[in-house]
Ligand binder design. Structure first.
Ligand SMILES: [Zn+2]
Length: 109
């Protein structure tokens, strides 16, 4: 039996672990890309299991298809489409193309 408080605690820890895994992935992205991929996959698993979404700023840092940690100029290409207010990211590892809207300024916080 878990109380509401425990659930919150579990999610808080999960979020922390996701952030740690992403920083590790970033650290190894250049030298050990396969290892970085495993960190990303682990972070996604933790997020799904604990019902914690991957933070928005981190969501854009990896490929949705092959889970590679993306570094512009190394394994991805980033283009901004001003006319469509979008950022287009192409993963050079698997060729996957992801489109994101521009990050809007947070006004409600
Ligand atoms: Zn990819």
């Amino acid at each position: 039996m878990h109380s509401q408080h425990d659930k919150k605690e579990v999610r808080r820890i999960a979020k922390e672990r996701i952030e740690i895994l992403f920083s590790l992935a970033e650290k190894y992205a250049k030298t050990m890309p396969e290892r970085a991929k495993r960190y990303i996959e682990l972070a996604i698993k933790i997020g799904m299991r604990c019902n914690v979404p991957i933070p928005k700023n981190l969501k854009r840092r990896f490929c949705k298809r092959c889970h590679a940690f993306l570094i512009p100029g190394l394994n991805c290409r980033v283009r901004t489409r001003k006319d469509k207010q979008a950022v287009v990211v192409k993963c050079l590892e698997c060729g996957n193309i992801m489109r994101y809207p521009y990050i809007k300024e947070k006004k409600n916080k």
